[in-house]
Design a protein around this ligand. Structure first.
Ligand code: PNW
Length: 449
């Protein structure tokens, strides 16, 4: 048994996160267009065992059961993502009513259970038709994204008040366009940099569209990692600073400060037009942070195509994915953000945190992981960082991108042959942990908005 969690501030929002392509399935239904992940997962050799999101958790049909699981768990919020190709099958033009209808039903079902819906507009499933025109390498994609955001907020904005524009633009740029391990599978290395600027521009334009439609809370979700140099020599220290700039500051600085870190501003050059940074730094109500682990960085080898080299962190337990478990890294990250951005740092929501574990429902490993990281968040709050929410990745086992169904991140186990959902030990643990973490154990949550 672990000690009960400490009390979190009044109104602190506990939730679960998922993403459209990872759980929905039903890829041909109700006029959904093709996304880059359909193309990528159906291309030989791209995903483990050739797994695809064709069926995934069949959440498109089983969402009432999944919402019942959320309600029973006792969380106050649910972060999901909206599939752009359901709303605009070719990425632009008139919205597809049947696609929007699904999210309409989902939102109503959540509100009926008193769960705050927190949709993310882009969690990597770009319409293939836009990829055919260059994807995020094309500046026009930013404007298309804002149009798409307008269509969604027009339909859902009367009930949805809190919005996330992009999920982890660093991971989409790095894995999707630089290394090629995710869709669209480009291997541009440092030439992928325009993808950062165009996503950020899309974020800023969408944030303005959302706010114009009355959204009360607009966020972006950045994947952040505290970076430590592998050693004390100058090569390692410089490489760590460069990595920190690419992974963290490239996405936090323009949004919070309205500028790019120096050498990246130089590298972006004319791509950044007059007025772009003003759009990108449209004030946010909160910043979403996804945290999984810290990163250790050393000087690059002689033939390295990149100015840094990632190194394993030794001496910690590792998840099924091989990621080191370092809860204190989350406290360090949060207090570090506060130091770096000061008054420019808005309130924070941890929009993803979690781990993959060995198959089975007895997941003490996940219980320890979540317990440690919730305490780490609490430590950061005690140190003065304004953290308002924490979302577990993930509610369900799901399609873990290039790793297919092999990595299990769910509080709830999914049998992908039968679609049977079985709550794990961690689900039961969180259910009771929330009772002590919330003031008075009250099930009363702030209403939507
Ligand atoms: C996040 N990395 O992705 C995503 O937002 C989720 O969709 C995903 O399922 C979850 O984390 C678990 O992986 C990441 O290589 C993918 O550093 C890769 C990395 C980080 C986050």
């Amino acid at each position: 048994m672990v000690d009960p969690l400490p009390l979190f501030p009044d109104g602190f929002l506990f939730g679960c996160s998922t993403a459209s392509y990872q759980i929905e399935g039903a890829v041909h239904e109700d006029g959904r267009g093709r996304s880059i992940w359909d193309t990528f997962s159906h291309t030989e050799g791209r995903t483990l065992n050739g797994d695809t999101g064709d069926v995934a958790c069949d959440h498109y049909h089983r969402y009432p059961e999944d919402i019942a699981l959320l309600a029973d768990l006792g969380v106050g919020a649910y972060r999901f993502s909206i599939a752009w190709p359901r709303v605009q099958p070719t990425g632009s033009g008139m919205p597809n009513r049947a696609g929007l209808d699904f999210y309409d039903r989902l939102v109503d079902a959540l509100l009926e259970k008193g769960i705050v819906p927190v949709p993310t507009l882009f969690h990597w499933d770009l319409p293939q038709a836009l990829e055919d025109r260059g994807g995020w390498l094309n500046r026009d994609t930013a404007s298309y994204f804002a149009d798409y955001a307008s269509h969604v907020v027009t339909r859902l904005g009367d009930r949805v008040r809190r919005w996330i524009t992009l999920n982890e633009p660093i991971v989409h740029m790095a894995q999707g366009y630089a290394y090629g391990s995710h869709a669209p599978g480009r291997t541009l290395m440092l030439d992928a940099l325009p993808v950062a600027h165009h996503q950020l521009l899309g974020h800023g334009l969408a944030a303005r569209a959302l706010r114009a439609a009355g959204a009360s809370e607009v966020m972006i979700t950045n994947n952040c990692t505290p970076v430590q140099p592998a050693g004390e020599d100058a090569g390692d220290v410089t490489a760590a600073a460069v990595y920190d700039a690419f992974h963290n500051r490239l996405f936090n600085d323009p949004v919070l400060l309205g500028s790019y870190p120096g050498f990246l501003a130089d590298a972006l050059g004319d791509l950044v037009r007059d007025g772009d940074l003003a759009v990108i730094s449209t004030p946010l109500d909160a910043l979403g942070i996804n945290y999984y682990n810290p990163t250790q960085v050393g000087a690059p080898g002689e033939d390295s195509p990149l100015p840094f080299e990632l190194q394993p962190i030794e001496g910690y337990p590792t998840t099924a994915f091989g990621w080191p478990v370092v809860p204190s890294g989350l406290t360090d990250l949060l207090t570090g953000l506060r130091e770096t951005y000061g008054e420019a740092l808005p309130p924070i929501h941890i929009t993803e945190n979690g781990c993959s574990t060995a198959p089975g429902v007895h997941d003490q490993f996940r219980v320890d992981y979540l317990d440690g990281h919730l305490r780490a968040v609490h430590d950061a709050i005690a140190a003065g960082v304004d953290v308002r929410g924490y979302f577990v990745w993930s509610l369900l086992d799901n399609f873990e991108w290039a790793e297919g169904y092999s990595q299990r991140f769910g509080l709830v186990e999914v049998d992908f042959d039968t679609q049977v959902r079985t709550p794990r030990d961690s689900y039961r643990w969180l259910q009771s942990a929330l009772l002590t973490a919330r003031r008075g154990g009250s099930a009363a949550w702030p209403g939507p908005g």
